[in-house]
Ligand binder design. Structure first.
Ligand SMILES: *[C@@H]1O[C@H](CO)[C@@H](O)[C@H](O)[C@H]1NC(C)=O
Ligand SMILES: *[C@@H]1O[C@H](CO)[C@@H](O)[C@H](O)[C@H]1NC(C)=O
Length: 299
């Protein structure tokens, strides 16, 4: 019994003496944007350059043991650890810790602060396009892709509402409005033919989640509607046709001017038809014979 205890004590001392002699890393922190989580840390200045770093995490609600993150078991100084696929449950609380090690030595663990994905992430703005619709603006929103949320959860499932900042370009008058999240939103009761700029941000299911406003997207409330455009097109085509008609009739008048002073497209056409008529042999011979008879009778 004594021997056994002596042995374990010796082993412990050996482990402490040989292994825990590296200085631990510091500033272990987790940043998160759109539910993409990244762990970073600062290596100790006294650590040898061939030091490697390993990351472990734990789910707090399950009271489970620490688990190593396979992809982050041999990090070098300055590298970060992508925990997106590890912290998959947005409502869970997690901890992470980092240690330094070499082939013969290891450091103590340095722990992060508690991390709760839905509270600690920052929501970036959704994609936004703005177009005018008379006295209103039509907004289309697109949700950024989410990395590794569990059970087909999408980023939009974690959004509560949209906040718009609407600003009239002419005088800078602006107001804020908030609507339940939707991919298509109409902002009504605006002035027609006026430019507005719109910025948008989401608010999360938890009010504590922070989010960023988009750049302003500007549009006039009443651009030429598709109907106006087609009318313009028809008018333009008619104009072009008229110009062509004028040019052609002018040409006909000019060329026919020598024989007929009073000329138009119609008379040109009829003269053309008449000429064809005279060209027919039988008709022409008949007329010429009757003409002859008439002449005879007259003489
Ligand atoms: C490691 O932790 C132990 C106990 O918490 C402490 O006594 C020791 O000094 C630490 N080692 C280093 C290298 O920081
Ligand atoms: C982290 O991992 C997620 C899921 O695989 C991926 O979508 C994302 O691009 C990664 N982020 C970085 C910075 O590599």
């Amino acid at each position: 019994m004594m021997m056994m205890e002596m042995k374990t004590l010796l082993l412990l001392q050996l482990q402490l003496g040989v292994c825990v002699s590296l200085p631990p890393p510091s500033s272990v922190s987790i940043s998160s944007f759109n539910m993409q989580h990244t762990l970073s840390f600062l290596p100790s200045l006294e650590s040898p350059t061939h030091c490697r770093y390993a990351v472990q995490t734990v789910r707090l609600s399950r009271r489970k043991s620490w688990r190593s993150v396979a992809a982050c078991s041999e990090l070098m100084a300055g590298q970060t650890c992508n925990l997106t696929l590890v912290f998959k449950d947005p409502f869970e609380s997690y901890l992470a810790r980092v240690k330094a090690y070499t082939s013969s030595q290891t450091s103590n663990w340095t722990q992060s602060a508690h991390f709760q994905p839905l509270t600690d992430t920052v929501f970036g703005p959704p994609g936004l396009t703005v177009s005018g619709c008379g006295n209103c603006l039509l907004l289309h929103l697109t949700v950024p892709a989410s990395g590794g949320l569990k059970q087909q959860l999408q980023l939009r499932d974690l959004y509560r509402s949209l906040e718009f900042q609407v600003k009239r370009t002419r005088d800078g008058a602006q107001y804020l409005m908030s609507v339940p999240f939707s991919e298509q939103v109409v902002i009504s009761y605006l002035q027609t033919g006026v430019e507005y700029c719109v910025s948008v941000r989401v608010s999360g299911l938890l009010t504590s989640t922070s989010s960023l406003f988009s750049q302003p997207h500007c549009a006039f409330t009443s651009p030429p509607s598709p109907l106006d455009k087609s009318v313009l097109l028809v008018l333009g085509l008619t104009g072009a046709l008229c110009a062509l008609c004028l040019f052609l009739s002018g040409l006909v008048i000019y060329r026919g001017g020598r024989s007929f002073r009073r000329c138009s497209l119609l008379s040109a056409l009829s003269s053309l038809l008449l000429r064809q008529d005279r060209g027919r042999p039988r008709v022409s011979s008949q007329t010429s014979s009757t003409q002859l008879h008439k002449d005879d009778s007259l003489t």
